[in-house]
Ligand binder design. Structure first.
Ligand SMILES: Cc1cc2nc3c(=O)[nH]c(=O)nc-3n(C[C@H](O)[C@H](O)[C@H](O)COP(=O)(O)OP(=O)(O)OC[C@H]3O[C@@H](n4cnc5c(N)ncnc54)[C@H](O)[C@@H]3O)c2cc1C
Length: 300
């Protein structure tokens, strides 16, 4: 469903992010978990796009399998690195033929190895390319693909000047983005302030909040690395430290924190909550339970 239709159906969207399996053996266990996510009836799900070739093909495969084998509505991520305009047109054509309605357009994390050569420097270039594809009538929906972009409540490391960074975000919206999905954050005040600054910059598209429940210490450290600039409030770190080496306690603390974040975001009129699931359903199920809901439909 085009994101505009999802947004007009759901006053608050809920969405889950998945990554494709790293190898062929991972498909069965992933689809086992996906069956549990499906019961929560999210507004949509999204599928990450890696820097490496093989996982890129698996993004496409996962999106197509979600579309054909489940009732979930998948939004593929697409990134700039190592792509030509012809590659992107080809990928868009394939997604359009499969009935995929939306794309999340990103610059992408730098690949661990290999070249980052690309005809696209920034996500805005990809947004422009998708917009041109839409205008060319390449999609069966006359509106073309709905387009999402990333936003960074606590700043993006490459652009320390936050006013200039807001200009770059605004440029993506002006180029045709329909919604913004935020980087994960643990400090709601930072998100609310950034949302207000987006409004002041004239950004009128819906902004969804990215939440990642901490489920273990290793994951917390990995996220600090991947989501550079994200702050970890002292209150959260103290609660995690109190758990010592009790892994189950760390997970309970992480779920509790994420639940409190979601409650306050809902009270604060958030337009959508996007859960970075890391392909594990237990934390998401627990958050739903804590919110007193069985499915996302109860938030709509
Ligand atoms: C919701 C979400 C999903 C993600 N999914 C993936 C994924 O699937 N795969 C993956 O590899 N990564 C993913 N990422 C990570 C993301 O690609 C990186 O954080 C990346 O560094 C920034 O992406 P962007 O799309 O915001 O890039 P951009 O909008 O291009 O911004 C990147 C930096 O360049 C600056 N900039 C933008 N335009 C200009 C300009 N014209 N001139 C100079 N500077 C400019 C910005 O201010 C910013 O500092 C995701 C991030 C989020 C928040």
């Amino acid at each position: 469903m085009h994101i505009a239709d999802i947004l007009s159906r759901d006053s608050v969207t809920t969405s889950f992010e998945f990554f494709p399996p790293r190898n062929d053996a991972g498909w069965d266990s992933l689809f086992h978990v996906i069956a549990d996510f499906e019961k929560l009836q999210p507004s949509f799900v999204s599928v990450t796009y890696g820097a490496a070739g093989s996982t890129r093909a698996r993004t496409h495969e996962l999106v197509v399998r979600l579309k054909t084998q489940t009732r979930l509505d998948p939004i593929p991520h697409l990134t700039c690195a190592n792509h030509t305009h012809a590659d992107i047109e080809n990928i868009l054509t394939q997604y359009a033929q499969c009935g995929v309605s939306n794309i999340l357009a990103l610059r992408g994390d730098a690949p661990l190895t290999g070249s980052t050569a690309s005809e696209f420097q920034h996500a805005v270039d990809l947004v422009k390319c998708i917009h041109r594809f839409n205008q060319g009538g390449g999609h069966p929906d006359r509106r073309g693909f709905g387009i999402g972009v990333a936003g960074f409540p606590e700043g993006h490391p490459d652009t320390p000047n936050t006013l200039i960074q807001m200009d770059h975000l605004r440029a993506k919206v002006d180029a045709g983005a329909d919604y913004i999905c935020s980087q994960l954050f643990f400090n709601n005040a930072a998100f609310f302030d950034w949302r207000e600054r987006c409004e002041l910059a004239g950004i009128r598209v819906p902004v969804m909040a990215g939440i990642m429940p901490i489920t273990n210490i290793a994951g917390l450290k990995r996220m600090a690395d991947l989501a550079g600039g994200t702050t970890f409030p002292a209150k959260l770190l103290r609660a995690v430290q109190r758990c010592g080496d009790d892994a189950a306690a760390v997970e309970r603390v992480g779920i509790h924190w994420a639940t409190e974040q979601c409650m306050a975001l809902l009270d604060g009129g958030v337009r959508g909550i996007h859960l970075y699931t890391l392909n594990k359903c237990a934390a998401t199920q627990a958050i739903f339970q804590n919110l007193g809901i069985k499915t996302s439909a109860q938030l709509r």
